[in-house]
Design a protein around this ligand. Structure first.
Ligand code: NAG
Ligand code: NAG
Ligand code: NAG
Ligand code: NAG
Ligand code: NAG
Ligand code: NAG
Ligand code: NAG
Ligand code: NAG
Ligand code: NAG
Length: 490
């Protein structure tokens, strides 16, 4: 019932907004995983984006705070203090190798408020073409959308890794995509995944510009206002944090509970925390951090990101509860990896730094943001999914997850198999089939899916999605030394 109402309200909003936005426009899906990048032989985790002509490919990290997109000049590491620089820049860019790069000496960046950022850069601005790659299936090549004459910063010196897609609330990329009529509206969704080195995981992430991946989240979708008076546009309020150490419910301890922690005189107030990708570990208030240290026997890890290390094995989980009831559990492999490192940062008693729900949190959460109405949505991420289901995220609409049909052969066979088998029927399935359509286009199955789609259209049913992405190109080969070969979807 609840999801029906959600669907209904989404449809109403959808209908209202179609006048102002071209919501028939397909979203642009850009996968996040480890891959070969220009200028180094080390695979790096990030968004598959190329710059210039010919395309110098990068693996860009999404920032929720920066407005500009930054790439690394090929001489960056001559000056930078970034550790392990040559292998950490997420690709580099040689302006002289691009036939289309035009320097923009007078470009005025919006990015001045550096307090919430992981490092700063000096560089030059210039216009060039941006190639947004989509790579769904291991066996297929990547397809691309080209953003022409986009202004990018080429970092020549700094202390951290450039290679950043700026998705702050005045994101120049989102605005340019919208201005060039490449997406329906200024909407964007992010699953950061857990394939980066610090997380040590294998789950890949994705960006969806002008859309969301309906297969990437489940359960209730929670709505929050974006902040427009601060460089961090995604604040939420944390009401409780519960450590469960695997036993019965008596083993659940709230880090806010004065009865469990004698240093608390009263229960602490809920606190505002910002969503960020600028760091991996969470930054929590000092007294909460102290309780975490006490409960889990934590101490310094020596890791440069400030993460605490647990000095005793821990088999439990940590649950974060927001003030609207959204509940996210950090699984045990995030809480305690075999080196004992944990996802909470140390904090000084008098620190005035903001509280952060960072990459460790976002690896469990799907973020969907509407920069046209300044609101964002959070839902529980589905970590492993057989298929990618990008859908248009019309401004003002509420994203809805894909609900698999109950106990049918379809679900058991897996979605890809079903489409190949031509088991298509009903409006939900047809829009789902058209999601898969692009990825399957080059294969024989695509012809079947296409036929089924044509038939469905002929019967007068609207399809919710259409893909019109440029020609397929070959995916660049990984370095020969790389094992295993990383040629994959997502
Ligand atoms: C993530 O992407 C890598 C390629 O970088 C691939 O090898 C791996 O199988 C993918 N992981 C999952 C869970 O799909
Ligand atoms: C991004 O732009 C907005 C202005 O629209 C500004 O308030 C914000 O501080 C900028 N971000 C950074 C990192 O400076
Ligand atoms: C940065 O943002 C903070 C609020 O988050 C504000 O107090 C400060 O003045 C801003 N600084 C600049 C340089 O814009
Ligand atoms: C590069 O930046 C570092 C700090 O990150 C600074 O110490 C150094 O002087 C800068 N070098 C140049 C050439 O600008
Ligand atoms: C645990 O995390 C640390 C920090 O990211 C990493 O260096 C280490 O390799 C991880 N250990 C395992 C076994 O995954
Ligand atoms: C409390 O403990 C029980 C049993 O371990 C568990 O099922 C439940 O989810 C826990 N509650 C929270 C909020 O973590
Ligand atoms: C932030 O910068 C440090 C080095 O300055 C780096 O080790 C860390 O990985 C960076 N974090 C992210 C999320 O990029
Ligand atoms: C924090 O501030 C208080 C009050 O000014 C002071 O007594 C205390 O020593 C400070 N703590 C640290 C770690 O600096
Ligand atoms: C960048 O990646 C695209 C898509 O896979 C590929 O066509 C192109 O050749 C790559 N560029 C280089 C310089 O390898």
């Amino acid at each position: 019932m609840a999801s029906f109402l959600l669907f209904l309200s989404a449809s109403v909003l959808f209908a209202q907004s179609t006048a102002a936005f071209n919501c028939a426009k397909a979203p642009i899906y850009v996968d996040i995983h480890k891959r070969a990048v220009h200028g180094t032989d080390v695979f790096q985790y990030g968004s598959f984006i190329g710059v210039g002509n010919p395309s110098q490919n990068q693996s860009l990290w999404p920032s929720l705070i920066r407005n500009d997109t930054i790439i690394t000049d090929s001489n960056y590491c001559d000056h930078s203090t970034l550790a392990n620089c040559a292998q950490s820049t997420r690709g580099n860019f040689d302006t002289s190798l691009s036939t289309s790069f035009v320097q923009e000496k007078n470009f005025q960046s919006l990015d001045h408020n550096i307090t919430d950022l992981n490092g700063t850069f000096t560089g030059e601005f210039g216009q060039d073409d941006l190639h947004l790659y989509t790579h769904f299936f291991e066996t297929d090549g990547a397809s691309q959308n080209v953003v022409s004459k986009y202004t990018i910063e080429v970092a020549t010196n700094g202390s951290a890794a450039p290679g950043i897609v700026g998705m702050g609330y005045s994101s120049t990329l989102l605005q340019t995509l919208y201005d060039q009529n490449l997406i329906a509206g200024r909407t964007y969704s992010l699953y950061i995944g857990s394939g980066m080195d610090r997380a040590g995981g294998v789950i890949n992430g994705s960006n969806v510009f002008g859309g969301y991946d309906a297969g990437r989240f489940q359960g209730d979708v929670h709505k929050y206002p974006m902040r427009t008076d601060n460089a961090s546009p995604f604040p939420v309020t944390v009401q409780d944090i519960i450590i469960s150490d695997g036993g019965d419910s008596t083993s659940n301890i709230s880090l806010f509970d004065p009865a469990s922690f004698s240093n608390l005189k009263t229960r602490p107030d809920p606190f505002e925390a910002r969503l960020t990708t600028e760091q991996y570990p969470l930054s929590l208030p000092y007294e909460i951090t102290q309780n975490y240290i006490k409960k889990l026997s934590a101490g310094p890890s020596g890791n440069s990101d400030g993460s605490l290390k647990l000095n005793k094995p821990f088999a439990g989980t940590m649950t974060i509860i927001l003030d609207d009831g959204f509940t996210i559990t950090m699984p045990n492999n995030v809480m305690f990896n075999t080196s004992g490192i944990s996802p909470v940062a140390a904090r000084d008693e008098n620190s005035t730094d903001p509280f952060l729900l960072s990459v460790a949190f976002l690896s469990q959460v799907y973020l969907m943001a509407d920069y046209d109405t300044y609101q964002f949505f959070l839902a529980t991420a589905i970590q492993e999914q057989k298929a990618v289901m990008p859908r248009t995220f019309c401004p003002k609409a509420t994203p809805t997850p894909y609900i698999p049909p109950k106990a049918s052969g379809f679900a058991q066979q897996g979605m890809i198999g079903a489409v190949i088998g031509g088991v298509v029927g009903g409006i939900g399935l047809i829009s789902f089939a058209s999601c898969l359509f692009l990825g399957l286009r080059s294969s024989r199955a695509a012809k079947k899916a296409e036929r089924a789609e044509e038939e469905e259209k002929a019967r007068g049913k609207a399809t919710m999605l259409q893909f019109d992405i440029d020609d397929k190109t070959d995916f660049e080969a990984p370095p020969k030394t790389a094992t295993p070969f990383f040629w994959n979807k997502r």
